[in-house]
Design a protein around this ligand. Structure first.
Ligand code: AMP
Length: 190
């Protein structure tokens, strides 16, 4: 399996680049943010539980996220590999993911980290908020909290993969095609 963690702060372009990656490399997209929004839209118990965390830009508890990802992986048969988008966001999530993949005799092939300055993130998220309908994209305080949560809780995940020799950083400002070209070069070498 070719399993990739697409990593970066909110607004780095993970969703956009995931679409390009799944098309070119025929991988299955697993975005925890998308899965939570689906639950929210369907009014499930999981959606109701996640809502208050999402609305404030805080992380949903690890056990909830991990169980949701386990279910998703278990219900996806015949995947050539996964592109993990917005997951793992904490070190316990990254450890749980390694354990899950071991059951398939597999592991993470590599992590690709999109690097984008904070000011650019704020501009992009506010712009996206005009059309995304996402409450967490429309308020500067919530956006700032999400960026801070990323720094406090998610950056250690980069170190987790760096120690495994799987960390690849890409400058995430420029044309979508140009950035995708760099991502492709990294994936082709994995
Ligand atoms: P995203 O679409 O990836 O920006 O995620 C939107 C929101 O969903 C986040 O601000 C969190 O509240 C929640 N979320 C998504 N993925 C995770 C995760 N891996 N761990 C915890 N919370 C998450």
């Amino acid at each position: 399996m070719l399993n990739i963690v697409l990593f970066g702060p909110p607004g780095a372009g993970k969703g956009t680049q995931s679409e390009n990656i799944i098309e070119k490399f025929n991988l299955t997209h697993l975005s925890t943010g998308d899965l939570f929004r689906k639950h929210l839209g369907e009014g499930t118990d999981l959606g109701k539980l996640a809502q208050k965390y999402m609305d404030d830009g805080n992380l949903v508890p690890d056990s909830v996220v991990i169980d949701m990802v386990k279910d998703k992986i278990a219900s996806t048969s015949g995947a050539k590999g996964f592109i993990f988008d917005g997951f793992p966001r904490t070190v316990p999530q990254a450890e749980a993911l390694d354990t899950m993949l071991k059951e398939f005799d597999s592991d993470i092939s590599g992590m690709i980290a999109l690097d984008v300055p904070d000011d650019e993130l704020r501009t992009r998220l506010l712009e996206r908020g005009k059309t995304s309908g996402r409450a967490d994209d429309q308020n500067v305080d919530k956006i700032n909290n999400r960026i801070q949560v990323y720094k406090d809780e998610t950056i250690p995940v980069a170190e987790f993969y760096e120690k495994q020799g799987k960390f690849n950083k890409i400058h995430g400002v420029g044309s979508i095609e140009g950035i995708f070209g760099e991502i492709s070069t990294v994936i082709e070498k994995l």
